[in-house]
Design a protein around this ligand. Sequence first.
Ligand code: GDP
Ligand code: IMO
Ligand code: MG
Length: 427
Amino acid sequence: MAIDVLLGLQWGDEGKGKIVDVLTPHYRAIARFQGGPNAGHSLEFNGTKHVLHTIPSGIFHEGTINIVGNGVVIDPVVFLKETNALLAKSVDVFSRLLLSKKAHLILPSHRLLDMASEAAKGQAKIGSTLKGIGPTYMDKTGRNGLRVGDINRADFMDRYRFLVKKHEEMLGHYGFEYNLKEMEEDFFLGIENLRKFKHIDSEHYIDNLRKAGEKILAEGAQGSLLDIDFGSYPYVTSSNTISAGACTGLGVAPSSIGEVYGIFKAYCTRVGSGPFPTELDNETGEEIRRIGREFGATTGRPRRCGWIDLPALRYSIMLNGVTQLIMTKSDVLSGFKTIQVCTAYQTEDGLSKNLPFDIHPEFVTPVYTEMEGWNEDLTGLKEDSQLPESLKRYIEFLEQELEVPITVVSVGPDRDQTILRERFKVG
Ligand code: GDP
Ligand code: IMO
Ligand code: MG
């Protein structure tokens, strides 16, 4: 049985959490493959909103196995909060969630280093979520990191102290003031909580499920334009957010990948620094932010808003091998008389339908096609046939331009506000 992948095609916050929750009944297991508590995945049902950071978005379904893969970085402090929030909602998280022994740990000193590094960058800061993501992945690739499997080693404390000593030297170099002791208390409570979970060799576990004919969905975090290799570097995150990341982040062979669901908003948002060619730094952008409630699920920061960007989406579709597209938040655009679609960029080499090396404003000018908007409230719609004609035309236009079918249209934040179209299929 193939492993399907669901991931974001823009700069994150496309609605991955909501859609994974909707698709979970089709799968035996949901496995997160990268990122960490920089992610904020929201899902809603029965009038309640839930936000997850590290824990896969299949956790609310009884009988579903949720796996945190080796590619994820876990902050025991955030993870303890997530655990307690779920327990308070009577979700038996201990039986539903398995952790890879190879997932790396975010230490309090990684968070301090993230803060120090951003402060030192000044105006050029990445706009990191300050969750310690960059420094933790740096220690992973630098071969210094601590992993979930290490917490049961007799010398865990020695290893911890050794790494923290190195971090303290680095913090000294930054001249950054801190109080690590207080942070460590929470960290060690978090470590105790991690011990309560089952730690697995997730690559073997997933392979066995697959061989037994079970369906697995790999859940991505962030978005393709934040990918460490292919995103708008250096304004990116520190992991591979593309489908290749599902292979390395779960130990799955490329030949085992089935459907690749690429999710995008009917418009575009970005939080943090970095270029955003179709950004609307004006009233229209504010209107989208207000109606779409575009505020970060992790940091609460206002998200920058703009029109849909097809060169960027084409690039993401290519990198990921997207087989089905999922469009969210079409309801947010209801009431806009016209909608602009960026179909190409004007560059110094002429018109380009692809993403050039640098997408800062001095290198690209978006070229727009204007489309008629729709006025209808979409949030109660249940079927494709009920969609307004101008939205149908918008969907058809995007499908033509992107050459991949849009098989799911989301019309609101709730689980039930989701239209599975005729060509939707599970791998
Ligand atoms: P993720 O990081 O990709 O999981 O996305 P976030 O949860 O950070 O942000 C998406 C936001 O949009 C959340 O508040 C969702 O509840 C909400 N959302 C998802 N799909 C839709 C939709 O179709 N319409 C509206 N109005 N909101 C949506
Ligand atoms: P989800 O999974 C949106 C952004 C940050 C910053 C950059 C680097 O909810 O879609 P980091 O903390 O990773 O070092 O920050 O990446 N970023 C996200 N933006 N959604 C996310 O996750 C993000 N995770 C990181 O804002 O610009
Ligand atoms: Mg999010």
